[in-house]
Design a protein around this ligand. Structure first.
Ligand code: NAP
Length: 318
């Protein structure tokens, strides 16, 4: 029987054993190798049965109209903001993602950013490396983290893992979500992000990016957090009104920010580049060898399960 054909629209690195398994089971094409996309789709579009994508690849009408026989989209991410789930559902295309396996690393990243921006760890590191310590003396005082009030926007898998870690620092946890979570009766629930911000020292974005959460952290929220407040974003860039965030930092209406994600990745607002109270990362929340191997394994195993008629490992509820 012919092997199913998979189109990679994202470069998902596979460890050698997984790559061998993948090649044994699938024909495949890499979209970035197709110089003449129109011709490629004309000649091969109807052969494509599966798509491999990640946080950067758009699976939208423009792509899917060229691929009439796609059955599955397997995403190397938990967030699916670039996949048109409505269209997939309409076309009967199943979608899989990589939940849970990346929760710990992404939550660890949030805590690292929180500590790094509040304690100004990168700036203090530079202070030592640039030889300023012997010349200028002690580094300026920073801000205490332990015991602070943390507000989590989106108490899903990652939000809850962040909250749990913050509890270890003696922080008081509050959250905003569309509904109160019975699993977390010891956290304070707010049904309004501005109220959450008013009652937090640190606001951490951990929600999915949707139409409703786009710019959910806006000027009003930042002002409610106030000039002693910190923001951490490990969700997606557009959940933040980035222009307002930059203004708030420049005008010192906010104390600092730790950001893993941005609106126009890999572009980052230039105003943020030399602020000691701002720590930036290139969207590496889940990017450890261990976690990325587990994610890639899920991407391949979901494809194998689908084409061998087995239950999917991590199907997305649509
Ligand atoms: P999850 O368990 O599905 O949690 C998503 C959360 O988003 C839920 O708590 C949900 O809250 C919340 N949400 C959705 N719509 C909302 C709305 N309108 N208002 C408020 N909250 C809303 O997903 P997860 O595994 O925790 O991942 C969360 C997100 O983190 C992903 O979607 C992804 O974008 C991001 N992420 C980033 C990285 C990185 O590298 N930086 C890595 C992994 C994931 P309710 O349904 O309870 O309202």
């Amino acid at each position: 029987m012919a092997k199913p054909t998979v189109l990679h629209i994202a470069d998902v690195p596979l460890v050698p054993e997984l790559q061998n398994e993948f090649i044994a089971k699938f024909e495949h094409y890499y979209i970035w190798e197709q110089k003449d996309r129109g011709r490629f789709f004309q000649e091969k579009g109807s052969l494509i049965k599966g798509i491999v994508t990640d946080t950067k690849g758009w699976v939208n009408k423009e792509l899917l109209q060229n691929l009439p026989n796609v059955e599955i989209v397997s995403s190397y991410s938990v967030g699916l903001d670039k996949v048109d789930l409505g269209l997939c559902k309409e076309r009967g295309i199943v979608v899989t993602n990589t939940p849970d396996v990346l929760t710990d690393c992404t939550a660890d990243t949030a805590l690292a950013l929180l500590l790094a921006c509040m304690r100004q760890i990168p700036a203090a590191h530079r202070y030592v490396c640039e030889g300023k310590w012997p010349i200028h003396g002690d580094f300026p005082y920073t801000t205490k983290v332990s015991g602070k009030r943390v507000g989590v926007v989106g108490l899903g898998r990652i939000g809850a893992a962040i909250a749990k870690r913050c509890e270890g620092f003696g922080c008081k946890i509050s959250y905003y979500a569309r509904s109160k979570k019975s699993d977390y009766p010891h956290y304070s629930y707010y049904n309004n992000v501005v109220e959450l911000a008013k009652n937090s020292d640190i606001l951490i974005a951990a929600c999915a990016l949707t139409k409703e959460t786009t710019k959910i952290i806006n000027r009003e929220v930042l002002d409610a957090l106030g000039p002693k407040g910190y923001v951490v974003n490990i969700a997606r860039g557009p959940v933040m009104d980035e222009a307002e965030l930059v203004k708030a930092l420049v005008e010192k209406r906010l104390a600092g920010a730790g950001l893993d994600v941005f609106v126009n990745e890999p572009e980052v607002p230039k105003e943020l580049l030399d602020m000691d109270n701002v720590v930036l990362q290139p969207h590496v929340g889940s990017a450890t060898v261990e976690t990325r191997t587990e994610m890639a394994t899920l991407v391949v195993r979901n494809l194998i399960a689908h084409f061998s008629g087995q239950p999917l490992l991590t199907p997305v509820d649509m």
